[in-house]
Design a protein around this ligand. Structure first.
Ligand SMILES: O=C(O)CCC(=O)C(=O)O
Length: 321
């Protein structure tokens, strides 16, 4: 019974963090006949706990902003760097940075053409996020429009329908954790200077592949991400978590505003928020620290790995807008 209650609690909290409203959650639970009297009583208690966590996250945000002593002025782009410099000057300070040629020597950079992926993991069934242009909260509501396809079929669609934002293989699909994908694991070396190698490889990263034209709305993540581009080019718009006004327009980890809306926002405070725009090409990496808002557009057919097993990856466990 206790574990049933825990599952119920975890479901409520995860969906609220995804930006689903309490009313929609209640309706979904009723629809599936999953709303006993006991669960119904627990529901609003869980919602209030989640709201308290949201307030606590404001405290976490101000702590984050203090760590790098005020808002940063620009995003550094480094051609020469060591893991130690990255940890000291960027990871520990929660400061984004572009690392040129980060994955240049990784076998995946040479090997993973679309054709190679068809040969190796073409038969794997993957959960594709579809009809993205029709959904207001295309990523928050991703579960509504999932379609299962073989990688081969998905790659054929990428090649014939690009550019489009209508379908995308994103982290939620957990493709990398599927048994078939383990044949690719040796192509991504995890150096202990950069990554916490005690974390199994299947849990150390997520695999994203999509056509030119995918657009991921403004959001932040509760974990540090050394986003490593294996193919293609992406444009990022980044906003410092120091800009706490954006908490007012957040729904879970997502923001209702687009980065471009800020320039013309009726409220001056929003118009003054700096947006850092930066293009990243394979095989470069962009460090996106916990809490940093980011909006992402693929300028080519793109494949990237979100490397989340950085050292101290989970120092902001309580960060949850
Ligand atoms: O590339 C994208 O479309 C989004 C990537 C992203 O937000 C992430 O890896 O956290």
């Amino acid at each position: 019974m206790a574990s049933d209650q825990n599952t119920w609690r975890e479901w409520i909290q995860a969906e609220l963090s995804n930006g689903i409203s309490p009313d929609t959650l209640l309706k979904t639970a009723k629809l599936h006949g999953a709303l006993s009297e006991e669960r119904s009583n627990q529901f609003w208690y869980e919602v209030s706990l989640w709201q308290k966590r949201k307030i606590k996250s404001l405290a976490a945000l101000s702590r984050l902003s203090r760590m790098h002593l005020g808002p940063i002025k620009s995003i550094d782009v480094l051609s020469n760097y060591t893991a130690e410099e990255f940890v000291e000057h960027y990871l520990k300070k929660s400061k984004p940075v572009v690392l040129k040629n980060f994955a240049a020597t990784w076998p995946c950079t040479q090997k993973w053409s679309l054709q190679y992926l068809c040969q190796t993991v073409g038969k794997a069934q993957v959960a594709i996020n579809t009809q993205r242009t029709k959904l207001r909260g295309q990523d928050r509501e991703y579960l509504q429009k999932i379609v299962s396809l073989s990688m081969q079929t998905y790659i054929d669609r990428i090649e014939s329908e690009s550019p489009t934002n209508d379908f995308y293989l994103v982290a939620h699909a957990e493709a990398w954790k599927q048994t078939e994908f383990s044949t690719l694991y040796d192509d991504v070396p995890l150096d202990a200077h950069w990554f916490d190698v005690t974390i199994p490889k299947r849990d150390a990263l997520s695999f994203w592949l999509g056509p030119q034209g995918t657009w991921t709305p403004l959001h932040c993540d509760p974990v540090n991400n050394l986003l490593t581009l294996i193919r293609g080019t992406k444009r990022f718009k980044l906003i410092d978590p120091y800009q706490i006004e954006l908490m007012n327009t957040a729904e879970g980890y997502y923001n209702l505003l687009r980065a471009d809306d800020l320039k013309t926002h009726p409220n001056k405070i929003f118009r003054q928020i700096p947006v850092f725009e930066i293009k990243v090409d394979a095989p470069d990496a962009l460090f996106i620290p916990t809490g940093w808002w980011h909006e992402v557009e693929s300028l080519d057919i793109s494949l990237h790995l979100s490397m989340t097993a950085t050292h101290d990856a989970h120092i902001y466990k309580d960060y949850s807008p």
